[in-house]
Design a protein around this ligand. Structure first.
Ligand code: NAD
Length: 259
């Protein structure tokens, strides 16, 4: 997609690592100006620096926690004032949580829903409104997961957050179509990123954690799928205005809900 995004402003959340970082780089290669957002300030700044080296005419790192509504409002105001209205928003920041439903505390449920669901809601509403008000179209991509439609006892809270992201993406897509704003939900199986290492295990001892990891691998794939291929799928979803995009082989073959 060389030059395909020339002149466009792309904002990616969770851009310090993994899929978000690869996506920021892919848009940079395609000529976009890039805003790299992450709660990891140093990581966001590093991604922006590399994005410029790769070919982005401009790139900025912004330290924001996507679950913090006021901080997201401030970010949107600052970006609009200093860089312009975002043409492509990628709501990608997310955290992992594995473990038994019955052993997951409400605090743990809240943490995962705050980031994976509320972070996406804030991004869609705040930046979506700016895009709609401008009246020149745009695109929103939300990183869901194969876990959004493939249930598993290993990931109850995470899967629930991602199923909600999938549904809100479809609803928003229906609402924004008449304003030429596309909405896509990207659904990868397991991808080779830091999330596997940072996923928390609710109420699991070492042996149970091993079992949960095995179960996750069996359903969603091994950890060898490169984040760059997910980034390619994200750019393609924008260019072709795709709705729901299963990315890895496991995601494409997922069983949907049990009947
Ligand atoms: P990652 O851990 O490598 O990157 C996630 C990034 O999000 C990190 O830089 C982290 O600092 C940032 N982040 C986390 N919480 C944040 C918050 N509240 N505010 C701002 N930034 C925050 O993981 P990844 O695999 O690249 O994950 C990206 C997205 O892809 C997530 O939504 C994840 O659920 C989804 N996903 C990942 C996989 C996989 O196997 N890696 C599979 C399907 C979906």
């Amino acid at each position: 997609y060389a030059e395909r995004f020339g002149g466009q402003l792309v904002l990616v959340t969770g851009a310090a690592s993994g899929i978000g970082r690869a996506t920021a780089f892919a848009f940079a290669e395609a000529g976009a100006r890039v805003v790299a957002v992450d709660r990891d300030a140093e990581g966001a700044a590093r991604t922006a620096e590399l994005a410029r080296l790769i070919g982005a005419p401009a790139a900025w790192g912004e330290a924001v926690d996507v679950s913090d509504e006021a901080a997201m409002e401030k970010l949107a105001d600052r970006v609009a004032a200093e860089y312009g209205i975002v043409d492509v928003l990628v709501n990608n920041a997310g955290i992992g949580l594995s473990g038994s439903f019955l052993e997951t505390t409400s605090e743990e449920w809240k943490q995962v829903l705050d980031v994976n669901l509320w972070g996406v809601i804030h991004g869609c509403r705040i930046f979506g409104k700016q895009m709609a008000d401008r009246g020149q179209g745009g695109h929103i991509v939300n990183t869901a997961s194969a876990a959004a439609f493939q249930p598993s006892r290993a990931l109850p809270a995470y899967s629930t957050s991602k199923a909600a992201v999938l549904m809100l993406s479809e609803c928003l897509r229906a609402e924004l179509a008449e304003r030429s704003i596309g909405v896509s939900a990207i659904c990868p199986g397991i991808v080779n990123t830091n999330i596997t290492a940072t996923t928390r295990f609710a109420g699991a001892d070492a042996a149970e954690e091993q079992r949960l990891r095995k179960r996750t691998t069996r359903l969603y794939g091994r950890r060898n799928y490169p984040p760059e291929k997910v980034a390619d799928a994200i750019l393609e979803a924008v260019v072709r205005n795709r709705a729901v995009v299963p990315v890895t082989p496991e995601a494409r073959g997922a069983r949907l809900l049990s009947r």
